[in-house]
Every structure is written in structure tokens, then in C-alpha cells.
Design a protein around this ligand. Structure first.
Ligand SMILES: Nc1ncnc2c1ncn2[C@@H]1O[C@H](COP(=O)(O)OP(=O)(O)OP(=O)(O)O)[C@@H](O)[C@H]1O
Length: 211
């Protein structure tokens, strides 16, 4: 379960985010909505342990994220949080396998080729294990970023605008895929989007325009 308590954040004196209390229970999924600049990416970064709030707490299964030291936080994130960023951040000259081995290395989790194959298979990417990233389509590259986020069996899967550059059919299938993967891995899924096409995909919504 993720609990947000008395959260306040601003990059300057001006307050951008203010959430007094919110709970995302196990197996619940949350859609963070809001227009461009409303703070969706900022909130995802706070929930992912990448950006300390000015005030307040984020608890994941009882762990108070911002009470951890920098090193503890890196370790915690590597073991418990999966991030799908707006940009792929893959190394295009390397193979899919090498990109994922690197991700395991940087997350501080054991380099495990079996796990990489297993996750790629669930995303129908098993045959692309030894392909260079630059030889993949955009949609396949995006699925590799989802695979990367799932390698550590995360408790929490955070995705930033995963449907932004996709057509209607693909937007829908990426949402279904993230949902399916979160459910298979018993993870909570939090998606930030301003994509009106997918806004109703989850019951639980947080609209930052209404703050
Ligand atoms: N590092 C930063 N320093 C100062 N201001 C920032 C920084 N990052 C973002 N901002 C500002 O904070 C506000 C919220 O940004 P954020 O990226 O969280 O919005 P968003 O809702 O994700 O937008 P989009 O839908 O366009 O991605 C914006 O006004 C942005 O300019």
C-alpha cells in the first residue's frame, strides 16, 4: 500500500502540489490526470523516491521513503520501484539483453539472464533478446522500457505518459499491458497522463487541475 500524507511541493516559493491524504491499496491502480505543467511528472518523481517533498510523507508498505538515506533510497528504489519514463533512455547501439543487464547492474539487483528472458517473453519480446535497440520499432522499444521496469518484481510500477505518442489502438493496448503486468506481479500501478483517451481506464483518479 502507498500512503501520501500532508504532501507539499514547489520548485520555488510557489506551491505546485498539495495532497493532504491519499491511499493506494494493494492491487489498486491510480491515474494521475492534469493539464501540461500541473505537476504529474513531479508527483511521479516524488512517489518514486527521486524528488524529496518540501513537506509530508510517502509510505510504501510502511517504509517512509524520505526517512531513508541517499544510499538506502537507491537500494530501496532498485528493489521495489519500477519506473517507465516519458523517454525510453535505452542505449540504441546495444542489444535488448545488454540494456536489461545494465539496468539490473545499476539497480543493484543480481544480473539474471533467466529473469530477463522471462520478462521479455511475457511482453512478446522473447525473439528480440539479441536485437540491437535501434533495430526495434518505437512500440517495441517502449515495451523494452516496460520490461526494464519489471525486472526487479517491483511493488510499485510508475509510468509517465506511456501513451503520449501512440495511436488509439496502441494506447489502449499499452494501458492493458501495464495493468496486466502490474496484476501479474502484484504491484500497484500509477500512471500519469493528460491523454483524454485513457483517462477512464482506472477507477481511482487524482486530478491535479482540481487542487
Ligand atoms: N526541475 C525543475 N525546476 C523548476 N521548475 C520545474 C522543474 N521541473 C518542472 N518544473 C515546473 O513545474 C511544473 C510542473 O512540471 P511537471 O513536469 O511535473 O508537469 P506535468 O504535469 O508532468 O507536465 P506535462 O504533461 O507537460 O509533462 C511546470 O510548470 C514546470 O515548468
Amino acid at each position: 500500500m502507498i500512503t501520501i500524507e500532508n504532501l507539499n511541493f514547489g520548485y520555488s516559493e510557489k506551491r505546485l502540489l498539495s495532497i493532504s491524504h491519499m491511499e493506494i491499496k494493494e492491487k489498486q491502480h491510480l491515474m494521475i490526470l492534469g493539464k501540461s505543467g500541473s505537476g504529474k511528472t513531479t508527483l511521479l518523481h516524488i512517489l518514486g523516491g527521486l524528488l524529496k517533498p518540501v513537506q509530508g510523507k510517502v509510505l510504501i508498505d510502511g517504509t517512509d521513503l524520505y526517512s531513508l538515506s541517499g544510499t538506502e533510497m537507491d537500494k530501496y528504489r532498485g528493489q521495489n520501484i519500477g519506473l517507465v519514463f516519458q523517454k525510453a533512455h535505452l542505449i540504441s547501439a546495444l542489444t535488448v539483453k545488454d540494456n536489461l543487464l545494465l539496468a539490473q547492474y545499476f539497480s543493484g539487483i543480481p544480473q539474471d539472464k533467466g529473469r530477463i528472458k522471462e520478462v521479455l517473453n511475457t511482453l512478446n519480446l522473447g525473439e528480440k533478446l539479441n536485437s540491437k535497440v535501434r533495430q526495434l520499432s518505437q512500440g517495441e522499444q517502449q515495451r523494452v522500457t516496460i520490461a526494464r521496469a519489471l525486472l526487479n518484481n517491483p511493488r510499485v510500477l510508475l509510468a509517465d505518459e506511456p501513451t503520449a505518442s501512440l495511436d488509439d489502438d496502441n494506447a489502449d493496448s499499452v494501458i492493458q499491458l501495464l495493468k496486466e503486468q502490474a496484476e501479474n506481479h502484484n504491484a500497484s500501478l500509477i500512471i500519469a497522463t493528460h491523454d483524454q483517451r485513457v483517462k477512464d481506464a482506472f477507477d481511482l483518479q487524482l486530478n491535479l487541475n482540481e487542487q
